[in-house]
Design a protein around this ligand. Structure first.
Ligand code: ADP
Length: 376
């Protein structure tokens, strides 16, 4: 999705693709297939580029350090990126900056987990510090008995065989009313611009819908959340787009707690493609190139994004005309990927007045259903 923005700005985008099937290969002329966990392949790819950036956080840190030593301009730099790769590092940074964390602990054993749960109250949430996505790597542990006898104890048993981490993250189970996303972009000059804080609705731990700005959000909380994201981006030295995923918890000191950080264009920012003056993809490119950043206001009063996942309909392309006929104001973005149940294969954007929010939500839902299920 970075390709159209790059093309419009005259930027020669090149992609190191994981496989010939990834959608970027269809739209980016120079997209060699390679392995981002192989230093020589990374080196060969990075030779001659002005800047090297990412659309996921899994490139090994030590390889990025090596590339920087060899003169490659890596953005964001590994010292910032680690806070999106490693949840324990992120929790420590949020604490250091005095920003709102849930209660948390680094736990190395079932006993550590049980003491944490006994201290703050059950249930607690156990997380792998690295490699989680869409709720994989997140486990709710209801009681001390579950900690000792259930899946949690298996996670601790397996710690000895992991190369990427040796402890786990335990957190209080936050009684949030909804999830929010504070999206910002920052560049090396220090310029940083937030988009309005959005509501992000998850279904089975997968992002389903995003509404920007978050309807009915207390303006003081919206400001504090945007300020927190700006502060994190600034203090951590982030370049490019960063999403701070937040829990809204009314009645607490700040009104929200920080869940996690992503340092790249993020699903909770796909609404910006049609709904903001500057899309997160264009802004990411501008930011990593240290170009001036664009206006981030919402174009209409409200912008809505609905994901569509692989469902009953296998002929996605065949159903797009029906979806856009049913909802002419909806903008479909199809990733060109094959259909697999539950896999994100595209999204639908729409914008309008705040008073219309519910009918706009119904419209994108209808369009997304026609595509993924074959009927509204
Ligand atoms: P991932 O890396 O898979 O995105 P997250 O840390 O965002 O993992 O967790 C996935 C989902 O699990 C969140 O969107 C939220 O719904 C739930 N969750 C995560 N942490 C907590 C917590 N401390 N309290 C309550 N729910 C949580």
């Amino acid at each position: 999705m970075m390709a159209p923005a790059a093309h419009e700005l005259g930027i020669n985008l090149q992609i190191l693709a994981e496989s010939p099937e990834v959608c970027a290969v269809q739209v980016v002329p120079h997209a060699p297939v390679g392995d981002y966990t192989d230093l020589d392949q990374l080196r060969a790819f990075a030779a001659g580029v002005d800047v090297l950036t990412f659309d996921h956080e899994h490139v090994p840190t030590q390889f990025l350090e090596t590339l920087i030593d060899e003169g490659v301009n890596v953005q964001p730099r590994p010292a910032a990126l680690v806070h999106a790769q490693e949840k324990l590092e992120m929790r420590k940074a949020v604490e250091r900056l005095g920003l709102p964390n849930p209660r948390w602990a680094e736990v190395a054993s079932v006993d550590d987990l049980v003491s944490f749960g006994d201290e703050i109250g059950w249930p607690v949430v156990l997380k792998t510090p690295r490699g989680g996505y869409d709720g994989k790597g997140v486990l709710i542990v209801k009681t001390a008995e579950d900690a000792r006898g259930g899946e949690a104890s298996t996670w601790f048993d397996q710690l000895g065989q992991r190369e990427d981490f040796s402890t786990l993250l335990a957190e209080q189970k936050v009684p949030f009313t909804r999830e929010l996303s504070a999206l910002v972009a920052r560049r090396d000059s220090g310029e940083v611009r937030p988009w309005p804080v959005a509501e992000s609705i998850q279904v089975n731990s997968v992002c389903d819908e995003v509404i920007a700005p978050a309807p009915g959000l207390d303006p003081a909380v919206a400001q504090a959340a945007a300020d927190a994201a700006v502060r994190l981006a600034t203090e951590l030295g982030v370049t490019g787009v960063m999403a701070a995923e937040l829990f809204e918890v009314p009645g607490t000191e700040h009104g929200f707690l920080i869940n996690e950080l992503a340092m790249r264009p993020h699903n909770s920012g796909h609404w910006t493609q049609d709904g903001s003056h500057t899309s997160q993809f264009e802004q990411h490119l501008r930011a990593v190139l240290n170009w001036p950043l664009g206006e981030t206001a919402v174009k209409d009063e409200v912008a809505i994004m609905k994901n569509f996942l692989g469902g009953a309909n296998e002929d996605i392309f065949g159903k797009i005309p029906e979806a856009v006929e049913a909802e002419p104001a909806a903008k479909v973005h199809f990733y060109g990927k094959g259909v697999k149940p539950g896999r994100k294969i595209g999204h639908v954007n729409i914008g309008g007045s705040a008073a219309e929010t519910e009918s706009l939500r119904a419209a994108v839902t209808r369009a997304a259903r026609i595509i993924s299920d074959g009927h509204a």
